[in-house]
Design a protein around this ligand. Structure first.
Ligand code: ADP
Ligand code: MG
Length: 694
């Protein structure tokens, strides 16, 4: 791998105008080298290209003028020193005034020609610039930095003034931009109309005009996405290498019995997805498939089918879920379905007693149990699954790429287990392709037959009593069940548990004839199990819970969910919660109790009433809050520095297509573009685990 250019890797303190003190401030912003500075792009550019005459400028507008200082003076204002100058450009007279910057009086002695940019006010019939940006016009016509052009506005830190920052950035860019390496193959650059890297970096800071600025930003964003996409393509090649896969060859015996024992008819989508998965599993190429299906679309049975294929081929399978409640539910459901066929699943969570755990581990080790179901606890090193050929990850957006890799690594030595990851997060296609670029995607679009839409209503707190009254009289008395979700308290499961407990007590006192249950994250695992079991059996009629039931929980007889202080939840969460009902054939209801304080929160309540489509909600959420929020912390944004996968969707698609073409033959890529490959590894190797590529 080629070393970094010595100038680009030079410490910022050696840039002209920086020095030790300012360097410290820059370090604080994560800016250590000249390259870091070059890559520290302006947040935006102020347009100060249009000069106006003093006579033309109008109060309220922001204008740039070139004027001469007639006189200038400093006096002590009420709070801070004030500098006031009389200015003229020959068309009119005006004033400029600055607060708290007494040194300006000395910098702009009478007679100086200066470009001012700023907000215009009017005083005694004259234009008055309040705290304008200013730059002295030198006789030698040195380039203007702060005015009279598209002026970069940089992210700053305390102690660093905009003017200082601009001046030092000017030096850094002059020094570093010409050395920024071009990594994009020339024919790609030509097809995509990209600028050469040095020009792009120069123009991104100090643009000639708007058009060139756009081209420069497009080039920089394209490069970043292109490198990522190359990395994803290489990862895909590697994980799908047929030399490392497992060819499942089901005997057909268990498979036939499984099909015969299914408690319902599969939907056409489920059938199709199962066929896709089977084909993947029977092929020597390791499967890497994402199964997307909205909440309640019936993903679990698809996972079960895949696991049966593995076991019927003489292997073992593992299913990982993000919460204990969900893992337990999967365990119970699968045991009911599979044990009659002679397949034994075991449950592995961190709350197992030592004896239970040892028994489960031994059963897996000896192959007596063919299926391991659990939480993160599955990742621990003493969990050995010697014939593991299939990994299933439920609610995959709750896990990181690394956790997925750790479970996969438990497979047969030298083999890559087939992997199925499932999510209800209905992310738009381009985003999915980036986040899951190494995965093939299957989708379940239809819900099982007989499902009815969940009617959603937003009620205000003053209607709360009425809501509960209707719940009890119309639904609970009729034998249906319900969830009541306590207010979300982020960052504190203790407060959240308290809120749930208070709500439980309040409702139990008000409606003594109803059997309430309480479920929150602070309860002991066996208490949680007991409550969930009682709710499943109907012994508990109304389950008062925190967000511990947010994902996966499946009790089809529950037809109502009431969400307290619903405005505290994000759309993705509300949608998941609403997905707890509408899982059977009875009509279901979701009531949001909320008194939203912001227009944005009000919009969330409204859109929840308007649509049931997870897709629509996701798109809305993405626009409202950005991908990070929507997808959760695990995989937000990929740490992209310049590109934004939403805003730059078009660039992303282009970068992806170019990368796919180039990486079709990884060996040729390594031969022809070793530096490009080195850069991909440097930037993404760690995240994608690309150390072995090449
Ligand atoms: P999710 O996709 O949210 O994980 P589940 O797999 O939990 O959904 O399925 C939701 C409910 O629908 C479960 O009660 C499941 O048994 C039921 N179900 C799944 N597929 C069908 C089907 N084809 N017909 C009827 N019910 C189904
Ligand atoms: Mg599920």
């Amino acid at each position: 791998m080629q070393g970094e250019d010595p100038i680009l890797s030079r410490d910022v303190q050696y840039v002209k105008g920086v020095g030790a003190a300012r360097a410290k401030l820059l370090y604080k912003m994560g800016l250590r080298t000249v390259r870091d500075l070059v890559q520290h792009l302006p947040r935006y550019h102020l347009d100060r290209t249009q000069f106006r005459s003093l006579r033309e400028v109008r109060p309220g507008e922001t204008a740039t003028v070139e004027v001469r200082i007639q006189s200038i003076a400093e006096h002590q204002g009420r709070r801070v020193p004030v500098v006031a100058a009389l200015i003229t450009d020959g068309t009119a007279y005006g004033q400029a005034i600055w607060f708290g910057q007494p040194w300006i009086a000395k910098s702009l002695p009478p007679g100086t020609t200066v470009v001012l940019s700023g907000k215009v006010e009017r005083e005694r019939g004259q234009p008055k610039f309040v705290s304008p940006e200013w730059e002295v016009v030198q006789d030698d016509e040195a380039e203007l930095l702060h005015a009279g052009r598209l002026v970069p506005v940089y992210p700053l830190t305390e102690g660093l003034r905009p003017r200082e920052m601009r001046r030092l950035m000017r030096e850094a860019v002059l020094l570093g931009a010409p050395r920024m390496p071009d990594r994009i193959p020339p024919e790609v650059a030509r097809r995509q109309n990209l600028l050469p890297a040095p020009v792009a970096w120069q123009e991104a800071h100090w643009p000639t005009d708007r058009t060139t600025l756009e081209a420069a930003l497009r080039t920089i964003r394209f490069e970043e996405l292109f490198l990522l996409e190359i990395g994803l393509q290489l990862l895909k090649h590697r994980v799908q290498d047929p030399r490392h896969g497992i060819c499942h060859q089901p005997s057909g015996r268990l498979w036939g019995a499984f099909r015969a024992a299914l408690p319902f008819e599969l939907t056409p989508d489920q059938e199709r997805v199962i066929r896709e998965i089977r084909a993947d599993m029977e092929s020597p190429r390791p499967m890497h498939r994402l199964l997307q299906g909205d909440v309640g679309s019936g993903k679990t049975i698809v996972a079960a089918a895949a696991m049966v294929v593995a076991v019927d081929s003489g292997y073992q399978a593992a299913l990982m879920a993000p919460t204990e409640i969900l893992a337990e539910q999967h365990y119970l459901g699968l045991r009911r379905l599979l044990e009659p066929l002679g397949i034994r699943p075991v449950l592995i969570t961190s709350s197992l007693k030592r004896r239970e755990r040892e028994e489960a581990l031994a059963a897996l080790r000896h192959g007596v149990a063919q299926i391991a179901i659990g939480t993160h606890a599955l990742l621990e090193s003493d969990v050995v699954i010697p014939r593991l050929s299939l990994v299933v990850i439920d609610e995959q957006h709750r896990f990181g790429v690394r956790q997925r890799a750790r479970l996969q690594a438990k497979g047969i030595e030298g083999r890559h287990p087939d992997t199925l990851v499932m999510t209800a997060t209905p992310i738009p296609r381009t985003l999915a392709m980036t986040l899951y670029g190494d995965l093939d995607v299957s989708r379940i679009e239809q819900k099982p037959a007989g499902r009815q839409p969940v009617a959603t209503a937003w009620r205000t707190p003053d209607q709360r009593d009425r809501v509960y009254q209707v719940l009890v009289e119309k639904f609970i008395r009729a034998g249906q069940q319900a969830y009541v979700i306590a207010p979300l308290v982020e960052e504190s499961d203790k407060l959240e548990a308290q809120a749930a407990t208070a709500l439980y007590e309040e409702l139990s006192a008000k409606y003594p004839e109803v059997r309430f249950g309480l479920l929150h994250g602070r309860m002991k695992p066996e208490e949680k199990d007991a409550v969930m079991a009682a709710f499943r059996e109907g012994a508990i009629q109304v389950l008062v819970a925190t967000t511990v039931v947010e994902v996966g929980v499946d009790v089809p007889n529950a037809t109502v969910i009431i969400i307290e202080e619903a405005d505290r939840f994000g759309l993705a969460q509300l949608h998941q919660l609403r997905g707890r009902v509408g899982r059977g054939t009875q009509r279901s209801y979701c009531v949001l109790i909320a008194d939203p304080k912001t227009p944005e929160a009000r919009q969330r309540m409204e859109i929840m009433q308007r649509t049931l489509s997870g897709f629509e909600l996701a798109e809305y959420d993405l626009r409202l809050r950005g991908p990070g929020e929507f997808l959760g912390t695990q995989q937000s944004g990929w740490g992209l520095q310049f590109a934004d996968i939403l805003r730059d969707e078009e660039i992303l698609a282009a970068a992806r297509a170019e990368a796919a073409a180039l990486a079709r033959d990884p060996a040729a890529l390594a031969r022809e573009y070793p530096e490009l490959l080195a850069e991909v590894r440097r930037r993404w190797g760690d995240r994608l685990g690309l150390a072995l590529v090449g």
